[in-house]
Design a binder for this molecule. Structure first.
Ligand code: PMP
Length: 433
């Protein structure tokens, strides 16, 4: 693989034609350009191997370039590619599987990204309730539609501003007037928001387990309270399972905690890297979908339920069920978290490891955060030293000091043990800062 081109030259070439050098914000801030991916590993242009703990920010669950998934995709598209008429065959199969697996799914519609799915959820909720306002939690990311791209930017923590500011330039400033932002795990704040605005809130958006700023569990009873307040106020409860769906459990986090939402947005792990997402929910709400009339909500998209993504999803879920992938990645995740915690204890580093199943977060602070505001005081210089040391040992973790990370099922126990050894050095490096 080694040749005369370097990753640095490829970044330069990219920047000449692509703003920032890559087409998604999370992809910048790295020196590497990866040119090969297989199983648990990535290789950069120079041929250096990395153990991947990013997994494309969630989708890669079986392992990179899974031949079984890719062959299913080829078989499907060589038989019948995109027709744009009626359901695709794989759509019926996947619809049946999702409805079987996910407690809230009576009906399901497929789209291409989590951003699409949460946007459609907002549309359905507004149509179903005749209300305008949305409630969401501070720091929770639900994609980039104007409706929900509010109260989640890291700069919200440093500016003197109300929580509900748009997450970036160019987002419609008027939207914020209709978005109520509440701190995660703040039961009193949540009750107060419903007391004040309850009859105007069309939908409440929540992650069932926070991954937007690492790994933060709901306090006992918090999601149950949200469910109760939504029901009492006629508000549509939208659970964002884009990260937790098909990864925390095949039926999503809702199948673990028993809190059943009205609508569920999902994506990422369902298709092992192919672009498939969707919205599932009660018939009462999904029944608002129609086409191109002022009375109906329209979900429309040229590439919705594309046959390559459907084939990937059907193959991924079949393999996961057959191999009990969830049990495997939970065991690997536990092994890693135990090892990282031992490394923290051995080195005396001031850090905490949190997580669920295959996902974990490393916060350089004395206690696990309970909400977005808590993550304000993580020690960024120590995190940077930790991450750089891991990278130098061939372990790829996020550059964000509040980021979540995850493993895939192709990771071996030996990979985990090697990462734990590298983490010893990484935590030790932070004790001098
Ligand atoms: N919701 C959550 C919880 C997410 O983590 C993400 C993506 N990281 C999204 C929505 C948006 O999904 P997508 O990137 O597929 O648009």
């Amino acid at each position: 693989m080694t040749n005369s081109v370097t990753s640095a030259q490829l970044w330069d070439d990219a920047k000449r034609v692509i703003p920032r050098g890559a087409s998604s914000g999370h992809r910048i801030g790295w020196n590497q350009v990866f040119v090969q991916a297989r199983g648990a590993h990535l290789w950069d242009e120079e041929g250096t191997q990395y153990l991947d703990f990013l997994n494309a920010w969630g989708p890669i669950i079986l392992g990179h370039s899974d031949v079984r998934v890719n062959e299913a995709v080829l078989r499907a598209v060589n038989t019948c590619d995109l027709t744009g008429v009626g359901p695709q065959l794989g759509e019926i199969e996947l619809g049946q599987t999702v409805c079987e697996l996910m407690p809230s799914a009576e009906k399901v519609a497929f789209c291409t990204s989590g951003t699409d799915a949460t946007m459609h959820a907002a549309h359905i909720a507004r149509a179903a309730t005749g209300r305008r306002k949305l409630l969401k939690f501070h720091g929770s990311y639900h994609g980039w539609s104007d409706h929900v791209a509010v109260g989640g930017a890291r700069s919200d923590l440093t500016r003197e501003s109300p929580l509900n500011t748009p997450n970036g330039a160019g987002l419609h400033p008027a939207v914020v007037a209709d978005v109520i932002v509440v701190e995660w795990n703040d039961a009193a704040g949540l009750r107060a928001a419903f007391d004040e605005h309850g009859s105007d809130i069309a939908a409440a958006f929540a992650e069932g387990f926070i991954h937007s700023y690492g790994c933060v569990a709901p306090a006992p009873g918090f999601l149950e309270l949200l469910r109760e307040l939504c029901t009492a106020n006629g508000t549509v409860f939208v659970l964002d399972e884009v990260k937790t769906g098909f990864r925390a459990a095949l039926g999503g986090i809702q199948s673990i905690n028993g809190v059943v939402p009205d609508l569920t947005a999902f994506g990422k792990a369902i298709a092992n890297g192919y672009s498939l997402a969707g919205l599932a929910g009660k018939d009462e709400f999904m029944g608002h979908l129609g086409a191109y009339t002022h009375e109906d909500v329209t979900i429309d998209g040229t590439y919705n339920a594309s046959p390559y993504a459907l084939a990937a999803a059907n193959a991924t879920l079949a393999i996961m069920r057959e191999e009990d992938t969830i049990a495997r990645i939970y065991a690997l995740g536990e092994r890693l978290r135990d090892g990282y915690r031992r490394a923290i204890a051995d080195t005396g580093a001031e850090a905490v490891v949190t997580g669920l199943g295959s996902e974990w977060a490393v916060y350089f602070r004395s206690e696990a955060p309970t909400n977005f505001r808590d993550t304000m005081d993580v020690h960024t210089a120590r995190y940077a030293a930790y991450q750089a040391h891991l990278l130098s040992q061939g372990v790829l973790e996020t550059t964000s000091p509040t980021g979540d990370r995850r493993l895939n099922a192709a990771t071996t126990e030996a990979d985990i043990d090697r990462a734990i050894e590298a983490a010893h050095g990484a935590f030790a490096a932070t004790t001098q800062i």
